[in-house]
Design a binder for this molecule. Structure first.
Ligand SMILES: [Zn+2]
Length: 487
């Protein structure tokens, strides 16, 4: 009798395990890559509209999976709103992956069938399984993937952008964790305790229409949804504590999983769930549930406003390609008199409360603008630049010979402090170049969906330029900048 009972328990556990790794294990255990792969194989074909796609391989040869949930199969030509959720770029941030697994499981069980009329959804549970297996932030090449969306030197970020380029998702969500338990904040007497923070687009080249919609429609909806579910919430904020450092809405850099898609017209977000205090698995069940509900909240507003978002994104893309005529190369965050209120825990009494900060810098102002040039000329014999334009799917064209070609002479190299970091400050002198052999160059026209990406990448004075990275610093070694501007 005892044996039968034991077997029964084992069977229940096993069938449960196939459905949902995180619940089957005890709550302090994290789902490993093999378990995730087994789970995904076990659900293959279980839902008429669910499909597992391998979008690429990692440095160490693991699969990067995407679960696609769509009536016709995700492709750029359907009228439905195309949503991409991707988690765990940082391998030591597990709650997004666990939430994605719960979501996929519920999708397969039919819980989200009502979304399928209006949405095509892709969920990538882990971009960085190599890091995840070692509980490390970085990938198998020791690179931070969330700083790699411009230079695209890592197979994981290449796979993600290749996938994006094929589908041109309308809405994207990059799922992370934040660590509030630093000694600075404890000394301040309070530390951030929001279960979830939602980050909106901040790059100054993204239009007001997109920013306004995110702030006035999406953010309040997700906030209300999460608070009703019992989770603490605020807009994603970095910096501080406010007595020693300003608070700002993260970065405007185009090398991350939010702005890199936002500058291509997508409505993009970053989600930051709270870290475990003692270790990556600490409180993982509740933390994953928070991430799960935040993603569901976002899917619900996407469903409710699908037509509006679809036309917003379409207009933004048309605007980028055809009309956008100035670009901001440099910017920073400024105080505008607003006060930021956010949930914290009193570090001594352990009581949760809300504090207000005046050291709040929500406004991004441009500090250097340019008129958009006709395009850029990239030397054909530079393999790194060639890979870059291939991975970004930047289109090349023949250049009409009437165009003016501008060459930059680098007159000095200094440093400039922007967004809390020292950056390369390249001083240049422009000269008109009339004797260039055009057959040695690829011409990249600005008039394409990658307009913002390529101009910010190749202008030597852009704070987000590739010359800010050690991988491309060689472009500044000679007196003449090898990339030419066409106007
Ligand atoms: Zn992260």
């Amino acid at each position: 009798m005892k044996t039968i009972f034991f077997l029964l328990i084992l069977l229940i556990e096993q069938s449960f395990c196939q459905q949902l790794p995180i619940v089957a294990s005890n709550s302090e255990k994290l789902t490993g890559y093999e378990e995730l792969s087994d789970f995904l194989s076990s659900i293959e074909g279980k839902h008429k509209f669910g499909k597992i796609n391998v979008i690429g391989k990692t440095v160490e040869g693991r699969n990067i999976y995407s679960f696609e949930f769509s009536k016709e199969g995700i492709n750029p030509n359907t009228n439905r709103l195309k949503v991409l959720v991707f988690a765990q770029q940082h391998g030591n941030e597990h709650s997004g992956k666990e939430a994605a697994i719960m979501l996929i499981s519920d999708f397969v069980d039919g819980k989200f069938d009502h979304l399928l009329e209006n949405l095509d959804i892709a969920i990538i549970p882990q971009i960085n399984p190599d890091g995840s297996e070692k509980d490390k932030r970085r990938n198998g090449n020791n690179a931070d993937l969330n700083r790699n969306h411009l230079t695209l030197t890592q197979p994981e970020s290449i796979a993600l952008h290749n996938y994006f380029n094929k589908i041109l998702f309308d809405l994207t969500l990059d799922v992370h964790e934040y660590f509030p338990f630093s000694s600075d904040w404890r000394n301040f007497g309070f530390y951030k305790i929001a279960d979830e923070q939602l980050g909106l687009l901040t790059n100054p080249n993204i239009s007001t229409a997109i920013k306004k919609f995110s702030k006035e429609q999406v953010y309040p909806f997700v906030e209300k949804y999460l608070i009703e579910k019992g989770f603490r919430f605020n807009e994603y904020i970095v910096g501080g504590p406010p007595n020693i450092e300003r608070l700002r809405h993260s970065t405007t850099d185009i090398n991350d999983g939010r702005q890199s898609f936002g500058i291509q017209g997508s409505l993009s977000f970053i989600l930051e769930g709270i870290n475990g205090e003692k270790n990556s698995a600490d409180g993982i069940e509740k933390r994953s549930k928070g991430q799960y509900e935040a993603i569901v909240g976002l899917l619900n507003i996407a469903n409710k406003k699908h037509e509006e978002i679809k036309s917003l994104v379409k207009n933004e893309r048309d605007y980028i390609v055809n009309k956008k005529s100035t670009l901001s190369l440099r910017g920073d965050h400024f105080n505008n008199g607003q006060i930021f209120r956010f949930p914290v825990r009193d570090a001594f009494k352990g009581i949760d409360t809300i504090i207000s900060s005046q050291n709040y810098n929500p406004e991004v102002k441009s500090l250097l603008d340019i008129d958009v040039p006709i395009g850029w000329l990239i030397p054909k014999n530079d393999p790194k630049l060639n890979s870059l334009i291939t991975y970004h799917n930047i289109k090349t064209e023949e250049l009409e010979s009437r165009a003016e070609i501008i060459e930059y002479e680098i007159t000095s190299l200094d440093s400039i402090f922007l967004e809390g970091e020292w950056l390369r400050d390249v001083k240049i002198k422009e000269t008109l170049k009339s004797d260039l052999n055009l057959s040695e160059y690829f011409f990249l026209p600005s008039k394409q969906i990658k307009k913002i990406t390529l101009n910010l990448a190749f202008h030597p004075q852009s704070m987000h330029s590739i010359v800010q990275y050690d991988d491309f610093e060689y472009l500044l070694r000679n007196k003449i900048y090898p990339i030419k501007m066409v106007r």
